[in-house]
Each structure stands twice: as C-alpha cells, then as structure tokens.
Design a protein around this ligand. Structure first.
Ligand SMILES: Nc1ncnc2c1ncn2[C@@H]1O[C@H](COP(=O)(O)OP(=O)(O)OP(=O)(O)O)[C@@H](O)[C@H]1O
Ligand SMILES: [Mg+2]
Length: 321
C-alpha cells in the first residue's frame, strides 16, 4: 500500500542510453504543499527523469517513488499522479469532452469527472469544440485536464508553460499555486528560470544529468549579488589593491575587472589611494538568470536570446583573478 504522503523521492537515479549518460546519480525529494520547479538546460535529463518517475523508462540504477512506491506498484495510479509529458497529440476530429471521456473510461474514472476537469482548466465552454481547432495554449489546457481526471494528489508536468502566452502562464501559475496550497504536490520542469520564477517555491536544478542545486527559490535569490565592472590603466596593480582590501576580483572576457562585494564608489576610492587611473565603471547585478548560467556552466541554449555577454560573465563570476 502506498504511504499517502504525496512525496516524490528520487534516490541515486541514473540512466544511460548506450554511451550517453542522460541522468547520473540524481537524488531529490519533492514535498506536498509547494510547487517544485525541475530546471535544467536542454538535454540535461529532465524528461528522462520524469519518464523514469512515471515508469515509462527503466532506470539503469537507483529508484524513483511516489508515495513510497514505484509508479507501476501504485494501486489506482490515476488517483495518485496525473502527468503531462511531451506535447500531447489529440485526435483532431474529437471534441475536448469526447477526448476526456475516452481517457476517463480507460482510467476507470466516472464521467462526471470530465466536466469537472474541463471547468478546472477554464475550458467549460469549449467541451464541444474539436481538439483539431485548438490553439497551442488550449491543447496544453486539455492535456492538463486529462491529467486531472483522476483527481490526483500529485501533478507531474514536463514544460507545461512551453508555448503559452503571458496570460496563459499567469493562469497556469495561479492554478498550480492553488493546487499546491490545497496540500498537494506539483513537480514541473522548465529550461527557462524566468518563466517559472514566480510559480515555484522549491527548485531542483540539474546540469548534464546531475543535481547542481536543491533548495528554496529564496536561497537562490539570496545568492544574487552586485558587482562592479571597472576598466583600469593598470589592472594588475588594481587587483593587488583590491585583494589587499579583501575584495574578490575576476577578469571578464573584454579585459575589464569584475569586483564583487563593493560598489563603484569604494572601488574608485581604492584606485585613487593607489594612484591608478580608471577609464570606465559600471555597477552590475548578478541576477537569478546569471546564477542559473553559472550553476549549469553556461551550457544554456537560450544564450542568444539573452545577449552575448550573459554566459561569459556568468562563467567569470565566482572565481578570483
Ligand atoms: N530514447 C533515447 N535514446 C537515446 N538518447 C536519449 C533518449 N532519450 C534521451 N536521450 C538523451 O539523453 C539526454 C537527456 O535528454 P532529456 O530529453 O532527458 O533532456 P531534457 O532536459 O528533457 O531536454 P529538453 O529541455 O530539450 O527537453 C540527451 O542527451 C538526449 O539526447
Ligand atoms: Mg525534455
């Protein structure tokens, strides 16, 4: 019998596809009452992990359980976990209600749940429309309605915000927060921190199949800091002076120095004391997205969208010159 805790526990989970190590010794726990984001760049192993959790892929080693049991041992799994993986394909000629009825029958769920699920995802008036006429946002909602048919305790969603417009993302955020606030569990993946920043409470960040952060979003926020970029006539001499003042300094790729832990005024005063001319200064905040770059070693494929500077800066941040 499952323990009814609503907890997801991943322990020492690994999966190799031939020579490709998709997931490596991954461990984390997802608790009820919160929305947990499962974050990582493209190809970092998110979908593979979720598929192992849902019994669709056999782990090479380790375990993934829901309510203390592997998925295939759950009695009445539809009432324990609802999942949306991949972009769901719907029979284009079937209405939303017909689609849900087919699934309800397969899950042994009463037909009354169909209208309830449609209402829950804000599609109460679209039940008679054919799925083939739905926008991407509506298809996402219909997929979510399918996952909700069994009135599950746990929701597992792979990139549910993908393709949603800002209004859709806001709707999903409110829905998932309310679902979690009712004491249930949400695990949602994304490759884009900003997309889920206002939705999640907890974060598990993976890179190349390994966990690089597991904690509350506030812990990551607390790690945000400011730094000052400075172009000096004599960088080596300035580094000596800044080190002597206990400050940490990096080189950024364009040759400027990045000083962490001091504002531009402090840096200017120290340079003046040492008699070093400064040509340019700029205060910069290391934001969440840059921390994410750093944690995942800048292998984020969205680099182009965020400007050429984002990834190299993040790589430089943290070390000392
Ligand atoms: N069935 C498979 N056969 C071979 N390799 C696979 C298979 N499934 C996944 N992989 C590989 O495993 C790694 C992790 O893939 P996965 O789809 O889990 O990443 P992801 O984090 O979900 O990426 P994305 O953000 O692009 O969805 C990738 O290198 C991928 O090519
Ligand atoms: Mg994926």
């Amino acid at each position: 019998m499952h323990d009814g805790s609503g907890r997801i526990v991943v322990e020492g989970l690994s999966k190799s596809f031939g020579p490709v190590s998709a997931v490596q010794d991954l461990s984390f726990t997802v608790r009820p009452g919160a929305v947990t984001g499962f974050l990582g760049p493209n190809g970092s192993g998110k979908t593979t992990t979720l598929r192992m959790l849902l019994g669709l892929v056999m782990p090479t080693s380790g375990t993934a359980t829901i309510n203390g049991l592997p998925f295939h041992q759950l009695p009445n799994p539809a009432s324990v976990v609802g999942a949306v993986l991949d972009a769901q394909s719907f029979h284009p000629g079937r209405t939303a209600r017909h689609h849900l009825r087919c699934y309800a029958a397969a899950m042994n769920v009463p037909d009354t749940q169909v209208d309830r699920a449609l209402e829950l995802v804000g599609m109460g008036s679209a039940g008679k429309r054919k799925a083939g006429t739905f926008s991407l946002g509506m298809r996402q909602r219909l997929a979510l309605a399918t996952a909700l048919l069994g009135d599950p305790q746990v929701l597992v969603l792979d990139e549910p915000a993908n393709g949603l417009d800002p209004e859709g993302i806001a709707w999903l955020r409110n829905f998932l927060k309310a679902f979690a606030a009712s004491g249930r569990t949400v695990l949602m993946s994304s490759h884009f921190l900003r997309e889920i920043e206002h939705t999640v409470d907890q974060l598990v960040i993976i890179s190349r199949g390994r966990c690089v952060f597991d904690g509350h979003l506030d812990e990551l926020r607390a790690a945000q800091r400011s730094r000052t970029l400075v172009q000096a006539a004599d960088p080596r001499k300035l580094i000596e002076k800044l080190h002597a003042a206990g400050l940490s300094v990096d080189y950024v790729p364009d040759g400027r120095l990045a000083v962490t832990g001091a504002d531009s005024r402090t840096v200017a005063d120290l340079a003046l004391e040492a008699g070093i001319a400064l040509y340019a200064m700029q205060d910069e905040r290391i934001g969440l997205e840059q921390l994410f770059f750093q944690l995942t070693h800048g292998q984020y494929t969205g680099v182009q969208q965020h400007g050429a500077q984002a990834a190299p800066d993040a790589r430089g941040f943290g070390g000392t010159a």
